[in-house]
Write a protein that binds this ligand. Structure first.
Ligand code: FES
Ligand code: FES
Length: 173
């Protein structure tokens, strides 16, 4: 039995410590935003945030997550934004994270399979660098993690547009 904090809620998980966190999130906690792509930290589809840093949940063991660390999945991004902005709980239920809003407004996904990781990576970037340059955006998605975030549909140009759009929404608050 392990206790982890996911999207602001402490959860008891009855799984061996060497279980990949991705399996715990999807199978035990029914959080299906993170996707199983490669299982080898080579695509980014399974990405989540741990204490604000992008982590590949497919190669992260349940036992690697400390009780007091904050795991955020795609599902938890609206609440994360609401907490950062002090938005009341009731209003937060109908609030999207600006990155999610920008992704919708830019119609970024094609098949959508990789987009969980793209949104998580964009959130990590914009939380540390609210006004990234084009080169910084490209670097975030290619050289900042364990591997580039891969999109087999080739939505890379749309992702850059969405990151810039999200930065504008975040700047407005
Ligand atoms: S599924 Fe984890 S990086 Fe590809
Ligand atoms: S949108 Fe299809 S893999 Fe990226």
């Amino acid at each position: 039995m392990a206790t982890i904090t996911v999207n602001g809620i402490r959860r008891e998980v009855n799984a061996p410590g060497d279980t990949p966190l991705l399996y715990v999130l999807r199978n035990d906690l029914e959080l299906t935003g993170p996707q199983f792509g490669c299982g080898l930290a080579q695509c980014g589809a399974c990405s989540i945030l741990i204490d604000g840093k992008e982590v590949r949940s497919c190669i992260t063991a349940l036992s690697d997550v400390g009780e007091n660390q904050e795991v955020t999945t795609l599902e938890g991004l609206p609440a994360r934004w609401a907490k950062q902005k002090g938005i009341p709980a009731e209003e937060a239920k109908t609030t999207l994270h600006p990155v999610q809003q920008a992704w919708i407004e830019e119609q970024t996904p094609q098949c959508g399979f990789c987009q969980n990781g793209m949104i998580i990576k964009a959130t990590e970037l914009l939380e540390s660098n609210p006004h990234p340059t084009l080169l910084q955006i490209k670097a975030a998605f290619t050289t900042s993690g364990l591997s580039p975030n891969l999109c087999r549909c080739g939505t890379y140009g749309a992702i850059i547009d969405a990151v810039n759009h999200a930065a504008q929404i975040m700047a407005r608050g």
